[in-house]
Design a protein around this ligand. Structure first.
Ligand SMILES: *Cc1c(COP(=O)(O)O)cnc(C)c1O
Length: 511
C-alpha cells in the first residue's frame, strides 16, 4: 500500500466548481450544498480504504453524489406515507385508523377556511369549542353530555382529576394495567393528583372488597373500572360488574368512571367479533363517566372521548386541565364527520375504512393476494427467477390493543429472495418510497393483504424491485435512491424498531 487515495479527495471549492455540483446548486441553496459536501468529504476521509467500494476519490462526482443523497434524504418529510402490509388493522405505530373521505373533507374545510369553532352564529357571541360533536356523541351512546379531548389517556386523566383530585380512587388490582406507550393506570392516577386505592387481588375482586375500601380508605373521589383491553385473564378469576359498582357508588355518592378503551359504536357481532365493552353499554349500566379513543374501533381521528352525566361532564369542562388537553379544530371536524356516518347503520360498515377492513371477505382477500403475487411475478421476472413466492392463508390482527386473542383470518403473500435474508429484505422494503412494512416470519417476508389500500400492490412491487437490486453503493453519475439511513443521524433506529416481525409493532408495544 504505497499511497492513500484519501489524500486525493478534492477540496470543497473544487467540488463546488465542478459541473456535477452545478446541478445541486440549481436545486438547493449554496450553504446547504456546501454543508452536504463537507459531510460527504468527511465521510470519505473517515471510511477505511477497503470500505470505499473502489471509487476513485479524486473524482468530484463521487462526493457530489453523496452530497446529493444527503440533501435528498434531508428533504424527505419525517412523517411519510407507509404501506401497511402487516395485516394489523389498527397499527398504533403506523397511525391507527385510516379516515373516511368524509372526515378528510371536513378536515380540509376546517383547515383552509375560518369556521365557527368558538363562535355562536345565532347570537353572534363567543361559543364553545366543546359543543361540537357532542350531540352526535350523545345520540350514539345514550349519554347526557360529552366532551372531546386529545386522546383516551387525556380523557381518563381529566376525569380522575375532576372527580378525585386530592382524594382516593378505587381500582381493582386486576385492572392496574399498562395499555402501552407509557399508559399505566397508577401513573395516570398520580398525574391526576389522585391517590390510588388498590382493591381485591390480581385475579379476584368482589364488590365487598370495594365496599370495604370505601368505608375504610376514604375520602374516595371515584371508583375506576378499566377494560383489560390488551390482555386476558382466565382460570380462577372473578370481577365485579359495572352494574354492581354503579349501585355501590350511588349508595355512597361516589361516581364510577369507566375506561372503555376502543370506542366501539356498533354491535361487535356485526364485525363477527365477540362481545366487548361499548360506551353505550357503559351508559346503560349507569356509569357517571366513560372514556374511549377516537382512533381505535371507532375509526376516527386521534381523540379522547368522554361521555356521561351532564353534571360530571360540566365539571370536566371547567377544569383548567381541559384547556391543556384541548383538541385541534381539524380533529373536531374529522370526528364530527366520522360520527355522522354512524347515523346510517346500513352503510357505516362500508364507509368507515377501519370497519370495512375488518369486514373484508376472505374470498376478496384471496383474490387480492393472488393479484399481488401475479404482479410481483410480472414486475420482477429477473430478480424473481429464483425467488420463493407463495400465496397462503394466514392471520392478521385487529391491533390498537384491542381483541388481543382474536386472530383475523386473512390471505398473505410470502417472499424469499435468494442471497438476501428476510430481515435485509424487510429493511430494503422499509427504505423504499413509499416504505413498505410487512412481517418477517420463518426467514420470509410476509405481506398480509387485508390492510392494503388502493395502489399499494404497485408500491409493493416497486419496493421489492428496489430492495432486490444489488446493494452496491451508488455508481458515480446515478443517484440511486439511497435510504434515508445513509445519512448520519437519521431515523434508522426508528425504522429498524419498526421491523415487521410479529412480536414487534404488529403486536404494538404501544397499544
Ligand atoms: C387504548 C386504550 C387507552 C389509551 O387510549 P389512547 O387514545 O391511545 O390514549 C386507554 N385505555 C384503554 C382501556 C385502552 O384500550
Amino acid at each position: 500500500m504505497s499511497h492513500d487515495p484519501r489524500r486525493n479527495i478534492p477540496g470543497i471549492d473544487r467540488l463546488l466548481a465542478s459541473p456535477e455540483a452545478a446541478v445541486l446548486l440549481e436545486r438547493w441553496p449554496r450553504e446547504r450544498v456546501v454543508d452536504a459536501l463537507r459531510v460527504a468529504v468527511d465521510q470519505a476521509r473517515r471510511a477505511s480504504v477497503a470500505d470505499d467500494g473502489g471509487h476513485d476519490l479524486a473524482q468530484p462526482v463521487v462526493h457530489v453524489d453523496r452530497a446529493r443523497t444527503h440533501l435528498e434524504s434531508a428533504d424527505r418529510s419525517s412523517l411519510e406515507r407507509v404501506v401497511n402490509a402487516t395485516g394489523v388493522v389498527l397499527h398504533t405505530n403506523l397511525g391507527r385508523a385510516v379516515l373516511a373521505p368524509e372526515a378528510i373533507a371536513a378536515m380540509r374545510t376546517a383547515a383552509t377556511a375560518y369556521g365557527n369553532l368558538e363562535f355562536d352564529l345565532e347570537s353572534g357571541q363567543r361559543g364553545s369549542r366543546y359543543s361540537h360533536g357532542v350531540e352526535l356523541l350523545c345520540e350514539l351512546t345514550g349519554a347526557e353530555d360529552g366532551l372531546v379531548v386529545n386522546n383516551c389517556a387525556a380523557a381518563l386523566m381529566l376525569s380522575l382529576a375532576a372527580t378525585a383530585r386530592g382524594r382516593g380512587v378505587l381500582v381493582s388490582r386486576g385492572e392496574l394495567v399498562e395499555i402501552g406507550g407509557g399508559f399505566r393506570i397508577p401513573e395516570i392516577l398520580e398525574q391526576a393528583g389522585a391517590r390510588l386505592v388498590e382493591v381485591g387481588s390480581t385475579n379476584r375482586t368482589r364488590v365487598a372488597d370495594y365496599r370495604k375500601a370505601l368505608e375504610e380508605r376514604g375520602p374516595i373521589g371515584a371508583i375506576l373500572k378499566v377494560h383489560r383491553a390488551n390482555f386476558r385473564m382466565s382460570g380462577f378469576t372473578e370481577e365485579t360488574s359495572l352494574e354492581e359498582l354503579v349501585q355501590l357508588g350511588r349508595s355512597a355518592g361516589v361516581p364510577v368512571v369507566h375506561d372503555v378503551g376502543s370506542g366501539l359504536l356498533i354491535d361487535p357481532s356485526r364485525l363477527h367479533l365477540p362481545p366487548e365493552p361499548t360506551p353505550a353499554g357503559s351508559m346503560q349500566a349507569g356509569a357517571e363517566l366513560a372514556v374511549f379513543s377516537g382512533d381505535k374501533l371507532l375509526g376516527g381521528p386521534q381523540a379522547g372521548l368522554v361521555v356521561g352525566r351532564t353534571i360530571m361532564v360540566r365539571r370536566l369542562r371547567r377544569s383548567p386541565l381541559c384547556r391543556a388537553l384541548r383538541v385541534d379544530k381539524s380533529t373536531l371536524a374529522a370526528l364530527d364527520a366520522t360520527l355522522r356516518l354512524y347515523r346510517d347503520p346500513a352503510t357505516v360498515l362500508e364507509r368507515i375504512p377501519t370497519l370495512a377492513m375488518l369486514r373484508r371477505p376472505l374470498d376478496e382477500l384471496h383474490s387480492l393476494a393472488e393479484r399481488l403475487a401475479e404482479e410481483l411475478r410480472h414486475g420482477l421476472d429477473q430478480e424473481l427467477a429464483q425467488a420463493h413466492l407463495e400465496v397462503r392463508p394466514g392471520y392478521g390482527r385487529i391491533g390498537g390493543g384491542t381483541y388481543p386473542e382474536h386472530p383475523l383470518p386473512s390471505w398473505q403473500v410470502t417472499l424469499q429472495l435468494p442471497g438476501l435474508s428476510a430481515s435485509d429484505l424487510a429493511r430494503g422494503l422499509r427504505a423504499a418510497t413509499p416504505p413498505v412494512v410487512g412481517r418477517v416470519e420463518a426467514e420470509q417476508v410476509v405481506f398480509d393483504v387485508r390492510t392494503l389500500l388502493p395502489g399499494d400492490t404497485d408500491a409493493i412491487v416497486r419496493a421489492v424491485r428496489q430492495a432486490a437490486a444489488p446493494a452496491a453503493p451508488a455508481e458515480p453519475g446515478t443517484s440511486v435512491a439511497a435510504p434515508a439511513s445513509a445519512a448520519p443521524g437519521t431515523s434508522e433506529a426508528a425504522r429498524t424498531s419498526l421491523a415487521a416481525d410479529d412480536s414487534d409493532p404488529a403486536a404494538g408495544p404501544d397499544a
